[in-house]
Ligand binder design. Structure first.
Ligand SMILES: [Zn+2]
Length: 370
């Protein structure tokens, strides 16, 4: 195992932050796994603890047939953001920016480096493109903030991987995944191993989240250079490892083993692994997800458990204003699975309280909320 550390730029005088990465194995193929980019989403960090333990063993047994890079604490800025005993790891305190948005659009920086160099050989093109991505990120002007520097380091390590797994969670949630539709066939065994309840698919959800920044560059390059043979060489997914409180040892260890099984499916680990379960969840368009909000302030009571299969018109939650007695029941506007619920129980204007994954697109434009 290689232990790699980077100092982030622009720390306040007298302080410094370090990004730590562990690299296991060797070979041509590569997987990149990071946890807790939203720093208060900790199930991924617990999964990473088990991944590190097992990867050390597998490496000692000579069973790694590729490179696996693991970043257990992907957000050293957010991990320290405590506000009056409450952890706030989603938005950077100093800029207000979401840690998982605005990753650099790789296509814009690499396309000029690739003019006239790509041809009909996919393997040659993959090597050229990955080299150009690494070079382009290294050649960018110095980062102008600590957050910028962090984003660049993470992307620099992920951009040349065959598989990128970004470990997140929702507030209260079932296990689920986000991916580009083109990658779904390759990710089905991961969904099956994790026991995901649904996978949400989008080609460009907006906001340039980490997984999308890694995966979509290949699609955009293939559009930019139609005469060249450019495969979608980076299968990236965001895994929502249930909810924020779901750091129990047994389920996190199970998730880590599911991920290792998937890496074996992908040819990165040799030896015997249990086969992936034959059945996997449904994949539905992310545009089919209902984000249900309350129509007024008040205390919230949920009327459905997580994972409930609901029909249009089924009640999701009620909100009651204790001063005016105004009471509303918010219902499903699509048939689907209630996959996530807000942690808070007091309705806030414009903030979703429940999310339902339906199979009919009902939203357009930017699909990701902040
Ligand atoms: Zn997240």
């Amino acid at each position: 195992m290689e232990h790699i550390q980077y100092r982030l730029p622009w720390s306040a005088s007298g302080t410094e932050r370090t990004l730590t990465l562990f690299r296991f194995g060797s070979g041509a193929r590569k997987a990149y796994i990071q946890a807790s980019l939203h720093a208060d989403e900790l199930p991924g960090m617990r999964v990473a603890v088990e991944l590190k333990r097992r990867l050390l063993e597998l490496e000692a047994q000579g069973r790694l047939s590729g490179v696996i890079e693991l970043v257990p604490v992907a957000n050293p800025i957010g991990i320290a953001q405590m506000f009056q005993a409450t952890h706030q790891g989603r938005f950077e305190f100093s800029s207000g920016k979401n840690f998982n948005r605005d990753f650099p659009e790789l296509v814009d920086v690499v396309a000029p480096l690739l003019e006239g160099r790509l041809g009909g050989d996919a393997a040659v093109n993959i090597a050229l493109i990955r080299g150009a991505m690494v070079d382009a990120l290294a050649a960018m002007p110095a980062a102008n903030s600590e957050l910028d520097g962090l984003r660049r380091l993470l992307l620099q390590h992920a951009c040349d991987a065959d598989v990128v797994l970004d470990l997140h969670c929702d507030f209260e949630s079932i296990m689920l995944m986000y991916a580009m539709p083109q990658h779904w066939p390759r990710l089905q065994s991961l969904a099956a191993r994790l026991g995901a309840g649904v996978t949400l698919l989008a080609e460009g959800a907006g906001g340039s989240a980490f997984d999308e920044a890694c995966a979509i560059a290949w699609l955009r390059l293939a559009e930019r250079f139609p005469e060249a043979n450019i495969p979608l060489a980076c299968a990236a997914t965001t895994i929502e490892l249930r909810g924020m409180a779901d750091t129990e040892r047994e389920q996190c260890v199970d998730s880590a083993h599911a991920i290792l099984g998937y890496l074996a499916d992908q040819g990165l680990i040799s030896g015997d692994w249990p086969a992936a379960p034959a059945s996997h969840c449904q994949a539905v368009p992310f545009a089919g997800a209902q984000y249900a909000c309350a129509p007024h302030p008040g205390v919230v009571s949920f009327l459905q458990p997580l994972g409930a299969h609901v029909k249009v018109g089924d009640p999701l939650f009620e909100v009651i204003d204790p001063l005016t007695d105004r009471q509303s029941v918010v219902c499903a506007s699509t048939d689907g699975i209630l996959y996530a619920r807000e942690r808070l129980r007091f309705a806030q204007p414009g903030l979703w309280l429940a999310k339902v994954a339906g199979s009919t697109p009902i939203r357009q434009g930017r699909l990701l909320s902040d």
